[in-house]
Design a protein around this ligand. Sequence first.
Ligand code: ADP
Length: 174
Amino acid sequence: MATMDKLTLQQGDITALKVDVIVNAANNSLLGGGGVDGAIHRQAGPQLLEECRLLGGCPTGEAKLTQGYNLDADYVIHTVGPIWYGGDEGEAEALASCYKRCLQIANDHQIMSLAFPAISCGVYGYPLKEAAAIAVETVVSELMDKPEIKQVIFCAFNDEIRQVYETALLQMNQ
Ligand code: ADP
């Protein structure tokens, strides 16, 4: 299966997706926040926070796996994107690292399908176009040596995000 055929773009709420894993754009504490993190914890139920409490937080650019509890997804991979400080503070490397670490963890657990939100593109302020390019490029390059992973969904929460990802995916196809 060609790598680009494994990538899909869907618009909507990531907590509604039936995939093996949904990725959470969490903060360093892993103890809950707003945005996609709040939505995931609401849908998963209080047991998710209990498991997160045992993890001792997560460094920026890293990722940690939990169960999915009341979500349709079996697991959640919590990753911590960089806060955007203008681009000279290693933001691009940290964002790429989030996608890499999530896919490595998925591969280690024989996970076949994942959905990513637009990590760092909410309150963390990462410019959407740059972030989408990093997301698509990093996922494509990581999937090359992870043939067990069959599907990666980019979950766009609104029209603007969907359009930016559409463009990034088209550019990747050229
Ligand atoms: P960060 O702190 O990494 O910026 P946010 O949760 O603020 O995290 O935003 C990350 C992205 O997730 C934003 O693009 C936001 O629009 C999107 N988002 C928020 N809620 C959801 C949801 N329920 N499903 C999918 N994406 C969501």
